[in-house]
Design a protein around this ligand. Structure first.
Ligand code: FAD
Ligand code: DLZ
Ligand code: SF4
Length: 513
Protein backbone atom coordinates (compact mmCIF):
# COMPACT_ATOMS: atom_id res chain seq x y z
CA UNK A 1 0.00 0.00 0.00
CA UNK A 2 1.35 3.44 -0.93
CA UNK A 3 1.07 5.97 1.89
CA UNK A 4 1.28 9.61 0.93
CA UNK A 5 2.65 12.45 3.04
CA UNK A 6 -0.09 14.21 5.01
CA UNK A 7 -1.35 17.54 3.83
CA UNK A 8 -1.69 20.42 6.21
CA UNK A 9 -4.72 22.75 6.36
CA UNK A 10 -4.46 26.22 7.88
CA UNK A 11 -7.51 27.63 9.66
CA UNK A 12 -7.20 31.28 10.68
CA UNK A 13 -9.03 33.02 13.51
CA UNK A 14 -11.65 34.41 11.13
CA UNK A 15 -12.14 31.13 9.23
CA UNK A 16 -14.06 29.11 11.83
CA UNK A 17 -16.57 27.53 9.43
CA UNK A 18 -17.07 23.77 9.14
CA UNK A 19 -17.61 24.02 5.39
CA UNK A 20 -14.56 26.21 4.78
CA UNK A 21 -13.24 25.57 1.26
CA UNK A 22 -9.77 24.66 2.56
CA UNK A 23 -11.28 22.02 4.87
CA UNK A 24 -13.51 20.52 2.20
CA UNK A 25 -10.40 19.79 0.13
CA UNK A 26 -8.81 17.68 2.88
CA UNK A 27 -9.43 14.26 4.39
CA UNK A 28 -9.66 13.92 8.19
CA UNK A 29 -8.31 10.37 7.95
CA UNK A 30 -4.98 11.45 6.42
CA UNK A 31 -4.52 15.17 6.76
CA UNK A 32 -3.95 17.56 9.66
CA UNK A 33 -5.12 21.04 10.61
CA UNK A 34 -3.02 23.84 12.05
CA UNK A 35 -4.46 26.64 14.17
CA UNK A 36 -2.18 29.11 15.92
CA UNK A 37 -2.62 31.97 18.37
CA UNK A 38 0.21 34.30 17.40
CA UNK A 39 1.46 37.59 18.82
CA UNK A 40 1.90 38.98 15.29
CA UNK A 41 -1.85 38.84 14.59
CA UNK A 42 -2.80 40.01 18.06
CA UNK A 43 -0.46 43.00 18.05
CA UNK A 44 -0.25 44.45 14.53
CA UNK A 45 -2.83 46.95 15.78
CA UNK A 46 -3.73 47.26 19.48
CA UNK A 47 -6.87 45.10 19.21
CA UNK A 48 -9.51 45.61 21.89
CA UNK A 49 -8.83 42.95 24.58
CA UNK A 50 -12.36 41.52 24.14
CA UNK A 51 -11.70 41.05 20.42
CA UNK A 52 -8.64 38.94 21.25
CA UNK A 53 -10.69 37.00 23.82
CA UNK A 54 -13.35 36.39 21.16
CA UNK A 55 -10.89 35.15 18.53
CA UNK A 56 -8.83 32.93 20.83
CA UNK A 57 -11.83 31.47 22.63
CA UNK A 58 -13.74 30.81 19.39
CA UNK A 59 -10.58 29.27 17.87
CA UNK A 60 -10.15 26.93 20.86
CA UNK A 61 -13.82 25.90 20.73
CA UNK A 62 -13.58 25.31 16.98
CA UNK A 63 -10.45 23.18 17.39
CA UNK A 64 -12.33 21.01 19.90
CA UNK A 65 -15.30 20.73 17.55
CA UNK A 66 -13.04 19.69 14.66
CA UNK A 67 -11.39 17.03 16.82
CA UNK A 68 -14.85 15.74 17.75
CA UNK A 69 -15.51 15.39 14.00
CA UNK A 70 -12.40 13.25 13.61
CA UNK A 71 -9.81 15.81 12.56
CA UNK A 72 -6.25 15.85 13.83
CA UNK A 73 -5.75 19.44 14.95
CA UNK A 74 -2.39 20.91 15.95
CA UNK A 75 -3.31 23.88 18.11
CA UNK A 76 -0.60 26.34 19.15
CA UNK A 77 -1.61 28.42 22.18
CA UNK A 78 -0.16 31.92 22.54
CA UNK A 79 2.10 30.88 25.43
CA UNK A 80 3.03 27.42 24.04
CA UNK A 81 6.75 26.57 23.97
CA UNK A 82 8.22 27.16 20.51
CA UNK A 83 5.46 29.52 19.31
CA UNK A 84 7.24 31.70 16.74
CA UNK A 85 4.67 34.50 16.87
CA UNK A 86 3.75 34.58 13.18
CA UNK A 87 1.40 32.57 10.99
CA UNK A 88 3.96 32.14 8.19
CA UNK A 89 6.66 30.88 10.59
CA UNK A 90 4.22 28.51 12.29
CA UNK A 91 3.33 27.07 8.91
CA UNK A 92 7.00 26.53 8.07
CA UNK A 93 7.65 24.94 11.46
CA UNK A 94 4.70 22.53 11.23
CA UNK A 95 5.19 21.69 7.59
CA UNK A 96 8.72 20.53 8.40
CA UNK A 97 7.72 18.72 11.60
CA UNK A 98 4.93 16.78 9.86
CA UNK A 99 6.65 16.42 6.50
CA UNK A 100 3.51 17.86 4.88
CA UNK A 101 3.51 17.87 1.07
CA UNK A 102 0.97 20.65 0.59
CA UNK A 103 -0.54 23.40 2.69
CA UNK A 104 -4.21 24.01 1.97
CA UNK A 105 -5.39 27.45 2.62
CA UNK A 106 -8.58 29.48 2.15
CA UNK A 107 -7.93 32.99 0.87
CA UNK A 108 -7.35 35.58 3.60
CA UNK A 109 -9.51 38.43 4.80
CA UNK A 110 -6.51 40.75 4.82
CA UNK A 111 -4.11 41.66 2.05
CA UNK A 112 -1.28 42.05 4.59
CA UNK A 113 -1.42 38.44 5.77
CA UNK A 114 -2.08 36.98 2.33
CA UNK A 115 1.03 38.75 1.04
CA UNK A 116 3.13 37.48 3.96
CA UNK A 117 2.06 33.92 3.17
CA UNK A 118 2.82 34.32 -0.53
CA UNK A 119 6.26 35.71 0.37
CA UNK A 120 7.01 32.73 2.60
CA UNK A 121 7.42 30.40 -0.44
CA UNK A 122 5.41 27.57 1.06
CA UNK A 123 3.76 24.83 -1.04
CA UNK A 124 0.38 26.58 -0.73
CA UNK A 125 -2.77 25.34 -2.43
CA UNK A 126 -5.23 28.22 -2.50
CA UNK A 127 -8.98 27.96 -2.19
CA UNK A 128 -11.51 30.65 -2.90
CA UNK A 129 -13.44 31.78 0.20
CA UNK A 130 -16.94 30.85 -0.97
CA UNK A 131 -18.52 31.96 2.31
CA UNK A 132 -19.06 35.20 0.39
CA UNK A 133 -21.67 35.32 -2.39
CA UNK A 134 -19.54 37.37 -4.76
CA UNK A 135 -16.02 36.17 -5.50
CA UNK A 136 -13.12 38.58 -5.96
CA UNK A 137 -13.06 37.71 -9.66
CA UNK A 138 -16.82 38.17 -10.12
CA UNK A 139 -16.64 41.61 -8.50
CA UNK A 140 -13.73 42.59 -10.75
CA UNK A 141 -15.81 41.53 -13.79
CA UNK A 142 -18.77 43.58 -12.57
CA UNK A 143 -16.55 46.63 -11.95
CA UNK A 144 -14.72 46.43 -15.27
CA UNK A 145 -15.50 49.29 -17.63
CA UNK A 146 -17.75 51.15 -15.19
CA UNK A 147 -16.73 54.80 -14.90
CA UNK A 148 -17.83 54.80 -11.27
CA UNK A 149 -18.97 52.10 -8.89
CA UNK A 150 -22.20 52.46 -6.97
CA UNK A 151 -23.46 50.11 -4.28
CA UNK A 152 -27.08 50.40 -5.42
CA UNK A 153 -26.29 48.97 -8.87
CA UNK A 154 -24.21 46.17 -7.38
CA UNK A 155 -26.95 45.38 -4.87
CA UNK A 156 -29.67 45.06 -7.51
CA UNK A 157 -27.53 42.55 -9.36
CA UNK A 158 -27.02 40.60 -6.15
CA UNK A 159 -30.76 40.56 -5.44
CA UNK A 160 -31.47 39.20 -8.93
CA UNK A 161 -28.74 36.57 -8.70
CA UNK A 162 -29.63 35.41 -5.19
CA UNK A 163 -33.41 35.64 -5.51
CA UNK A 164 -33.81 37.09 -1.98
CA UNK A 165 -36.95 39.24 -1.72
CA UNK A 166 -37.69 38.76 -5.42
CA UNK A 167 -41.06 38.05 -6.99
CA UNK A 168 -41.65 35.26 -9.52
CA UNK A 169 -41.79 37.79 -12.40
CA UNK A 170 -38.26 38.98 -11.59
CA UNK A 171 -39.30 42.24 -9.97
CA UNK A 172 -38.29 43.21 -6.43
CA UNK A 173 -40.70 42.47 -3.57
CA UNK A 174 -42.97 45.43 -2.95
CA UNK A 175 -42.13 46.88 -6.36
CA UNK A 176 -39.07 48.82 -5.16
CA UNK A 177 -35.41 48.00 -4.53
CA UNK A 178 -35.01 50.32 -1.62
CA UNK A 179 -37.17 51.46 1.31
CA UNK A 180 -34.60 53.79 2.83
CA UNK A 181 -37.03 56.67 3.15
CA UNK A 182 -38.99 54.55 5.70
CA UNK A 183 -35.80 53.77 7.61
CA UNK A 184 -34.82 57.11 9.09
CA UNK A 185 -37.10 57.43 12.09
CA UNK A 186 -35.83 58.87 15.35
CA UNK A 187 -36.63 56.75 18.40
CA UNK A 188 -39.98 57.63 20.00
CA UNK A 189 -39.63 58.71 23.63
CA UNK A 190 -39.64 55.70 25.97
CA UNK A 191 -39.02 53.04 23.31
CA UNK A 192 -36.03 50.83 24.07
CA UNK A 193 -34.32 48.06 22.15
CA UNK A 194 -34.80 44.43 23.24
CA UNK A 195 -32.64 43.15 26.08
CA UNK A 196 -29.47 41.86 24.37
CA UNK A 197 -28.71 38.13 24.22
CA UNK A 198 -25.67 37.57 26.45
CA UNK A 199 -23.44 34.52 26.79
CA UNK A 200 -21.73 33.66 30.06
CA UNK A 201 -18.02 32.80 29.71
CA UNK A 202 -17.27 29.07 30.04
CA UNK A 203 -13.98 27.55 31.28
CA UNK A 204 -12.25 28.10 27.92
CA UNK A 205 -13.25 31.75 27.78
CA UNK A 206 -12.24 32.27 31.41
CA UNK A 207 -8.77 30.82 30.69
CA UNK A 208 -8.39 32.96 27.56
CA UNK A 209 -9.48 36.07 29.46
CA UNK A 210 -6.69 35.47 31.98
CA UNK A 211 -4.20 35.02 29.12
CA UNK A 212 -5.33 38.27 27.52
CA UNK A 213 -5.14 40.09 30.86
CA UNK A 214 -1.52 38.93 31.24
CA UNK A 215 -0.35 39.69 27.70
CA UNK A 216 -2.46 42.58 26.39
CA UNK A 217 -3.11 44.89 29.32
CA UNK A 218 -1.44 47.67 27.31
CA UNK A 219 -4.29 47.62 24.73
CA UNK A 220 -7.22 50.05 25.00
CA UNK A 221 -10.63 48.74 26.02
CA UNK A 222 -12.20 46.82 28.91
CA UNK A 223 -11.22 43.20 29.52
CA UNK A 224 -14.24 42.65 31.77
CA UNK A 225 -17.79 42.20 30.57
CA UNK A 226 -17.17 39.84 27.63
CA UNK A 227 -20.51 38.25 26.64
CA UNK A 228 -20.13 37.34 22.96
CA UNK A 229 -21.01 33.97 21.41
CA UNK A 230 -17.92 31.82 20.89
CA UNK A 231 -19.47 28.69 19.32
CA UNK A 232 -21.76 28.05 16.38
CA UNK A 233 -24.57 27.06 18.74
CA UNK A 234 -24.31 30.30 20.72
CA UNK A 235 -24.12 32.38 17.55
CA UNK A 236 -27.30 30.65 16.39
CA UNK A 237 -29.03 31.65 19.64
CA UNK A 238 -27.92 35.26 19.12
CA UNK A 239 -29.36 35.18 15.61
CA UNK A 240 -32.70 33.68 16.73
CA UNK A 241 -32.94 36.34 19.44
CA UNK A 242 -32.59 39.04 16.78
CA UNK A 243 -35.14 37.36 14.48
CA UNK A 244 -37.64 37.18 17.34
CA UNK A 245 -37.09 40.57 18.99
CA UNK A 246 -35.04 42.91 16.79
CA UNK A 247 -35.66 42.46 13.09
CA UNK A 248 -39.23 43.79 12.87
CA UNK A 249 -38.13 47.27 14.03
CA UNK A 250 -34.67 47.14 12.41
CA UNK A 251 -35.71 49.16 9.38
CA UNK A 252 -37.61 51.91 11.17
CA UNK A 253 -34.88 52.69 13.70
CA UNK A 254 -31.80 51.73 11.70
CA UNK A 255 -30.43 55.28 11.88
CA UNK A 256 -31.57 56.17 15.40
CA UNK A 257 -29.26 56.72 18.37
CA UNK A 258 -30.13 56.98 22.05
CA UNK A 259 -28.49 57.58 25.42
CA UNK A 260 -27.47 54.35 27.11
CA UNK A 261 -28.79 52.21 24.21
CA UNK A 262 -25.76 50.70 22.47
CA UNK A 263 -27.65 48.13 20.39
CA UNK A 264 -31.22 49.37 19.83
CA UNK A 265 -32.66 47.10 17.12
CA UNK A 266 -29.32 46.10 15.59
CA UNK A 267 -28.41 42.43 15.31
CA UNK A 268 -24.95 42.55 16.90
CA UNK A 269 -23.98 39.60 14.71
CA UNK A 270 -21.09 41.11 12.73
CA UNK A 271 -18.31 39.65 14.88
CA UNK A 272 -19.81 36.13 14.81
CA UNK A 273 -20.46 36.42 11.08
CA UNK A 274 -17.00 37.72 10.20
CA UNK A 275 -15.19 34.93 12.06
CA UNK A 276 -17.33 32.21 10.49
CA UNK A 277 -19.80 31.29 13.25
CA UNK A 278 -22.75 32.34 11.08
CA UNK A 279 -23.43 31.81 7.40
CA UNK A 280 -24.61 34.77 5.34
CA UNK A 281 -26.83 32.71 2.98
CA UNK A 282 -28.67 31.20 5.95
CA UNK A 283 -29.21 34.65 7.49
CA UNK A 284 -30.65 36.05 4.27
CA UNK A 285 -32.90 33.06 3.79
CA UNK A 286 -34.25 33.39 7.34
CA UNK A 287 -34.99 37.08 6.78
CA UNK A 288 -36.62 36.40 3.41
CA UNK A 289 -38.78 33.70 5.05
CA UNK A 290 -39.71 35.94 7.99
CA UNK A 291 -41.02 38.52 5.52
CA UNK A 292 -42.86 35.97 3.34
CA UNK A 293 -44.55 34.57 6.46
CA UNK A 294 -45.65 38.08 7.47
CA UNK A 295 -43.57 38.17 10.65
CA UNK A 296 -41.60 41.32 9.70
CA UNK A 297 -42.35 44.30 7.44
CA UNK A 298 -40.65 44.64 4.07
CA UNK A 299 -38.69 47.78 4.97
CA UNK A 300 -37.01 45.80 7.79
CA UNK A 301 -36.28 42.71 5.68
CA UNK A 302 -35.02 44.70 2.70
CA UNK A 303 -32.95 47.05 4.88
CA UNK A 304 -31.28 44.11 6.55
CA UNK A 305 -30.61 42.08 3.41
CA UNK A 306 -29.15 45.18 1.74
CA UNK A 307 -26.54 45.41 4.49
CA UNK A 308 -25.54 41.79 3.98
CA UNK A 309 -25.56 41.19 0.23
CA UNK A 310 -25.20 44.85 -0.68
CA UNK A 311 -22.81 46.77 1.55
CA UNK A 312 -20.91 43.84 3.01
CA UNK A 313 -20.11 42.21 -0.32
CA UNK A 314 -19.58 45.55 -2.07
CA UNK A 315 -16.92 46.77 0.36
CA UNK A 316 -15.15 43.43 0.18
CA UNK A 317 -15.13 43.60 -3.61
CA UNK A 318 -13.63 47.10 -3.56
CA UNK A 319 -11.00 46.04 -1.03
CA UNK A 320 -9.64 43.22 -3.18
CA UNK A 321 -9.96 45.23 -6.37
CA UNK A 322 -7.92 48.16 -5.07
CA UNK A 323 -5.47 46.78 -2.52
CA UNK A 324 -2.69 47.54 -1.68
CA UNK A 325 -2.74 51.10 -3.05
CA UNK A 326 -6.21 51.77 -1.61
CA UNK A 327 -4.85 51.81 1.97
CA UNK A 328 -2.54 54.73 1.17
CA UNK A 329 -5.14 57.08 -0.37
CA UNK A 330 -5.66 60.54 1.13
CA UNK A 331 -7.70 62.45 -1.45
CA UNK A 332 -8.46 65.37 0.86
CA UNK A 333 -4.82 65.75 1.94
CA UNK A 334 -5.57 65.35 5.66
CA UNK A 335 -2.68 65.81 8.07
CA UNK A 336 -4.14 66.02 11.56
CA UNK A 337 -3.25 63.41 14.20
CA UNK A 338 -6.02 61.38 15.82
CA UNK A 339 -7.06 63.14 19.07
CA UNK A 340 -6.19 61.27 22.23
CA UNK A 341 -9.86 61.20 23.31
CA UNK A 342 -10.61 58.56 20.69
CA UNK A 343 -8.66 56.15 22.93
CA UNK A 344 -10.08 57.39 26.25
CA UNK A 345 -13.58 58.74 25.59
CA UNK A 346 -12.71 61.88 27.58
CA UNK A 347 -14.50 64.66 25.70
CA UNK A 348 -17.22 67.15 26.52
CA UNK A 349 -19.07 66.22 23.33
CA UNK A 350 -21.80 63.98 24.67
CA UNK A 351 -22.44 62.06 21.45
CA UNK A 352 -18.72 61.33 21.02
CA UNK A 353 -18.28 60.37 24.68
CA UNK A 354 -21.19 57.93 24.39
CA UNK A 355 -20.04 56.34 21.13
CA UNK A 356 -16.40 56.05 22.21
CA UNK A 357 -17.29 55.05 25.77
CA UNK A 358 -19.46 52.12 24.68
CA UNK A 359 -16.81 51.16 22.11
CA UNK A 360 -14.14 50.88 24.81
CA UNK A 361 -16.56 49.03 27.09
CA UNK A 362 -18.19 46.68 24.57
CA UNK A 363 -16.11 46.75 21.37
CA UNK A 364 -19.35 47.74 19.65
CA UNK A 365 -21.04 50.78 18.14
CA UNK A 366 -23.74 50.55 15.53
CA UNK A 367 -23.37 51.80 11.99
CA UNK A 368 -24.72 55.32 12.43
CA UNK A 369 -22.55 55.94 15.47
CA UNK A 370 -19.49 54.82 13.47
CA UNK A 371 -20.48 56.83 10.41
CA UNK A 372 -22.14 59.97 11.73
CA UNK A 373 -20.51 60.47 15.14
CA UNK A 374 -16.90 59.23 15.37
CA UNK A 375 -16.52 59.06 11.59
CA UNK A 376 -18.14 62.43 10.91
CA UNK A 377 -15.90 64.11 13.49
CA UNK A 378 -12.74 62.58 11.96
CA UNK A 379 -13.87 63.69 8.47
CA UNK A 380 -14.67 67.27 9.56
CA UNK A 381 -11.48 67.56 11.63
CA UNK A 382 -9.31 66.32 8.75
CA UNK A 383 -7.71 63.37 10.53
CA UNK A 384 -5.04 61.41 8.62
CA UNK A 385 -6.95 58.46 7.09
CA UNK A 386 -4.43 55.80 8.13
CA UNK A 387 -4.69 56.91 11.80
CA UNK A 388 -8.48 56.75 11.96
CA UNK A 389 -8.47 53.46 10.02
CA UNK A 390 -6.11 51.96 12.57
CA UNK A 391 -8.45 53.10 15.34
CA UNK A 392 -11.50 51.42 13.76
CA UNK A 393 -9.51 48.26 13.07
CA UNK A 394 -8.35 48.08 16.68
CA UNK A 395 -11.45 48.91 18.69
CA UNK A 396 -14.33 46.94 17.16
CA UNK A 397 -15.03 43.26 17.78
CA UNK A 398 -15.99 42.78 14.13
CA UNK A 399 -13.08 44.68 12.57
CA UNK A 400 -11.08 43.03 9.79
CA UNK A 401 -9.23 44.99 7.15
CA UNK A 402 -11.41 43.87 4.20
CA UNK A 403 -14.52 45.40 5.76
CA UNK A 404 -13.12 48.12 8.03
CA UNK A 405 -10.84 49.81 5.47
CA UNK A 406 -13.37 50.61 2.70
CA UNK A 407 -15.94 51.69 5.28
CA UNK A 408 -13.52 54.05 7.01
CA UNK A 409 -11.23 55.22 4.26
CA UNK A 410 -13.90 55.29 1.55
CA UNK A 411 -17.31 55.80 3.10
CA UNK A 412 -16.33 57.93 6.11
CA UNK A 413 -13.17 59.80 5.09
CA UNK A 414 -13.86 60.13 1.36
CA UNK A 415 -10.11 59.51 1.02
CA UNK A 416 -10.65 57.52 -2.19
CA UNK A 417 -12.07 60.60 -3.92
CA UNK A 418 -15.59 59.20 -4.15
CA UNK A 419 -14.76 55.77 -5.60
CA UNK A 420 -16.92 53.92 -3.06
CA UNK A 421 -19.62 56.51 -2.48
CA UNK A 422 -20.70 59.61 -4.34
CA UNK A 423 -20.64 62.16 -1.50
CA UNK A 424 -18.98 62.61 1.87
CA UNK A 425 -21.22 61.83 4.85
CA UNK A 426 -20.52 65.21 6.49
CA UNK A 427 -23.12 66.61 8.87
CA UNK A 428 -23.52 69.32 11.48
CA UNK A 429 -24.83 68.84 15.01
CA UNK A 430 -28.36 69.30 13.69
CA UNK A 431 -28.34 65.78 12.17
CA UNK A 432 -27.18 64.29 15.48
CA UNK A 433 -29.87 66.25 17.30
CA UNK A 434 -32.55 64.93 14.92
CA UNK A 435 -31.47 61.29 15.19
CA UNK A 436 -30.63 61.10 18.92
CA UNK A 437 -31.29 62.46 22.39
CA UNK A 438 -27.62 63.17 23.10
CA UNK A 439 -27.77 66.94 22.65
CA UNK A 440 -30.12 67.39 25.60
CA UNK A 441 -27.46 65.90 27.86
CA UNK A 442 -24.52 67.76 26.30
CA UNK A 443 -22.56 70.67 27.76
CA UNK A 444 -22.40 72.18 24.26
CA UNK A 445 -25.36 73.88 22.61
CA UNK A 446 -26.44 72.41 19.33
CA UNK A 447 -28.30 75.61 18.36
CA UNK A 448 -25.08 77.66 18.45
CA UNK A 449 -22.30 77.82 15.87
CA UNK A 450 -19.71 80.45 16.70
CA UNK A 451 -19.94 80.85 20.48
CA UNK A 452 -17.50 79.15 22.84
CA UNK A 453 -20.35 77.00 24.06
CA UNK A 454 -21.42 76.04 20.51
CA UNK A 455 -21.56 72.42 19.35
CA UNK A 456 -18.14 71.74 17.73
CA UNK A 457 -19.76 69.79 14.88
CA UNK A 458 -21.42 72.99 13.62
CA UNK A 459 -18.40 75.19 12.96
CA UNK A 460 -16.30 72.19 11.90
CA UNK A 461 -18.96 71.29 9.35
CA UNK A 462 -18.81 74.72 7.71
CA UNK A 463 -15.04 74.81 7.97
CA UNK A 464 -14.94 71.50 6.09
CA UNK A 465 -17.35 72.79 3.44
CA UNK A 466 -15.34 76.00 2.99
CA UNK A 467 -11.89 74.43 2.90
CA UNK A 468 -12.91 71.73 0.41
CA UNK A 469 -14.86 73.96 -1.94
CA UNK A 470 -12.65 73.00 -4.84
CA UNK A 471 -13.34 69.27 -4.38
CA UNK A 472 -17.08 69.46 -3.68
CA UNK A 473 -18.64 72.59 -5.18
CA UNK A 474 -19.31 70.73 -8.43
CA UNK A 475 -20.96 67.75 -6.68
CA UNK A 476 -24.72 67.96 -7.38
CA UNK A 477 -25.47 66.35 -4.01
CA UNK A 478 -23.77 69.27 -2.24
CA UNK A 479 -25.08 72.06 -4.49
CA UNK A 480 -27.65 73.24 -1.95
CA UNK A 481 -25.02 73.34 0.80
CA UNK A 482 -22.80 75.62 -1.29
CA UNK A 483 -25.78 77.82 -2.15
CA UNK A 484 -26.45 78.17 1.60
CA UNK A 485 -22.82 79.01 2.22
CA UNK A 486 -22.86 81.65 -0.48
CA UNK A 487 -26.02 83.15 1.02
CA UNK A 488 -24.31 83.54 4.41
CA UNK A 489 -23.30 87.12 5.32
CA UNK A 490 -19.54 87.50 4.99
CA UNK A 491 -19.08 88.48 8.67
CA UNK A 492 -20.93 85.35 9.72
CA UNK A 493 -18.84 83.19 7.43
CA UNK A 494 -15.66 84.71 8.88
CA UNK A 495 -16.86 84.06 12.42
CA UNK A 496 -17.73 80.46 11.59
CA UNK A 497 -14.32 79.96 9.97
CA UNK A 498 -12.58 81.49 13.00
CA UNK A 499 -14.44 79.22 15.41
CA UNK A 500 -13.47 76.23 13.24
CA UNK A 501 -9.83 77.36 13.30
CA UNK A 502 -9.93 77.66 17.10
CA UNK A 503 -11.31 74.14 17.48
CA UNK A 504 -8.74 72.65 15.10
CA UNK A 505 -5.93 74.53 16.89
CA UNK A 506 -7.13 73.00 20.15
CA UNK A 507 -6.91 69.55 18.62
CA UNK A 508 -3.41 70.31 17.28
CA UNK A 509 -2.33 71.45 20.72
CA UNK A 510 -3.54 68.16 22.19
CA UNK A 511 -6.25 69.96 24.17
CA UNK A 512 -9.61 68.34 24.68
CA UNK A 513 -12.83 69.46 22.99
P1 FAD B 1 -26.66 45.56 11.88
O1 FAD B 1 -26.92 47.01 11.86
O2 FAD B 1 -27.63 44.72 12.61
O3 FAD B 1 -26.48 45.08 10.37
C1 FAD B 1 -26.50 43.70 10.01
C2 FAD B 1 -25.24 43.27 9.33
O4 FAD B 1 -25.07 43.94 8.10
C3 FAD B 1 -23.96 43.53 10.09
O5 FAD B 1 -23.74 42.55 11.07
C4 FAD B 1 -22.92 43.50 8.99
O6 FAD B 1 -22.50 42.18 8.73
C5 FAD B 1 -23.68 44.03 7.78
N1 FAD B 1 -23.35 45.43 7.52
C6 FAD B 1 -24.07 46.52 7.83
N2 FAD B 1 -23.49 47.62 7.36
C7 FAD B 1 -22.36 47.24 6.75
C8 FAD B 1 -21.32 47.91 6.08
N3 FAD B 1 -21.32 49.23 5.92
N4 FAD B 1 -20.28 47.19 5.61
C9 FAD B 1 -20.25 45.86 5.76
N5 FAD B 1 -21.22 45.15 6.38
C10 FAD B 1 -22.25 45.84 6.87
N6 FAD B 1 -18.57 46.16 9.85
C11 FAD B 1 -17.84 45.08 10.12
O7 FAD B 1 -18.35 43.96 10.09
N7 FAD B 1 -16.51 45.18 10.43
C12 FAD B 1 -15.89 46.39 10.47
O8 FAD B 1 -14.70 46.46 10.72
C13 FAD B 1 -16.66 47.56 10.20
N8 FAD B 1 -16.09 48.78 10.24
C14 FAD B 1 -16.85 49.88 9.98
C15 FAD B 1 -16.23 51.13 10.04
C16 FAD B 1 -16.97 52.26 9.77
C17 FAD B 1 -16.29 53.60 9.78
C18 FAD B 1 -18.33 52.16 9.45
C19 FAD B 1 -19.13 53.37 9.14
C20 FAD B 1 -18.95 50.93 9.39
C21 FAD B 1 -18.22 49.77 9.66
N9 FAD B 1 -18.81 48.50 9.63
C22 FAD B 1 -18.04 47.40 9.89
C23 FAD B 1 -20.22 48.32 9.21
C24 FAD B 1 -21.24 48.34 10.36
O9 FAD B 1 -21.05 49.46 11.16
C25 FAD B 1 -21.16 47.07 11.21
O10 FAD B 1 -21.21 45.94 10.37
C26 FAD B 1 -22.35 47.00 12.16
O11 FAD B 1 -22.37 48.13 12.98
C27 FAD B 1 -22.26 45.74 12.98
O12 FAD B 1 -23.28 45.69 13.94
P2 FAD B 1 -24.57 44.76 13.78
O13 FAD B 1 -24.16 43.34 13.59
O14 FAD B 1 -25.45 45.05 14.96
O15 FAD B 1 -25.15 45.31 12.45
C1 DLZ C 1 -7.60 39.08 14.64
C2 DLZ C 1 -6.79 37.87 14.96
C3 DLZ C 1 -6.10 37.80 16.17
C4 DLZ C 1 -6.22 38.86 17.21
N1 DLZ C 1 -5.33 36.75 16.47
C5 DLZ C 1 -5.23 35.73 15.59
C6 DLZ C 1 -4.40 34.61 15.85
O1 DLZ C 1 -3.70 34.54 16.85
N2 DLZ C 1 -4.38 33.60 14.96
C7 DLZ C 1 -5.10 33.65 13.82
O2 DLZ C 1 -5.07 32.69 13.06
N3 DLZ C 1 -5.86 34.70 13.53
C8 DLZ C 1 -5.94 35.74 14.38
N4 DLZ C 1 -6.70 36.82 14.09
C9 DLZ C 1 -7.38 36.86 12.79
C10 DLZ C 1 -6.40 37.19 11.69
O3 DLZ C 1 -5.78 38.44 11.97
C11 DLZ C 1 -7.14 37.21 10.38
O4 DLZ C 1 -7.27 35.90 9.95
C12 DLZ C 1 -6.42 38.00 9.34
O5 DLZ C 1 -6.47 39.33 9.71
C13 DLZ C 1 -7.03 37.79 7.97
O6 DLZ C 1 -8.34 38.20 7.91
FE1 SF4 D 1 -22.89 66.08 19.92
FE2 SF4 D 1 -23.06 68.69 19.41
FE3 SF4 D 1 -25.20 67.37 20.25
FE4 SF4 D 1 -23.16 67.82 21.91
S1 SF4 D 1 -24.48 69.35 20.99
S2 SF4 D 1 -24.29 65.89 21.65
S3 SF4 D 1 -21.42 67.65 20.52
S4 SF4 D 1 -24.13 67.04 18.33
Amino acid sequence: MVTRAPRLGLVLGDQLSFDLAGLRALDPAHDAILMAEVAGEARYVPHHPQKIILIFSAMRHFAEALRARGWQVHYVALDAAGNTGSIACELQRWQQALGASEIHFTECGEWRLEQALRDAHLPLVWHRDDRFLCSRAAFARWAQGRPQLRMEQFYRGMRKRSGYLMQPDGSPAGGAWNFDSDNRKALPRGLRGPFPARFAPDAITVAVTQLVREHFSDHYGAVEGFDYPVTHAEAEQLWQHFLDFGLAAFGDYQDAMAEGEPYLFHARISAALNIGLLDVRRLCLDVDTAWREGRVPLNAAEGFIRQLIGWREYVRGIYWLRMPEYAGLNHLGNQRALPEFYWTGHTQMRCMAQAIGQTLQLGYAHHIQRLMITGNFALLAGIVPSAICEWYLAVYMDAFDWVELPNTLGMVMHADGGYLGSKPYCASGRYIQRMSDHCKACSYRVDQVVEETACPFNALYWHFIIRHRQQFAGNPRLALVYRNLDGMPIERRDAVWARGQTLLAKLDAGEGV
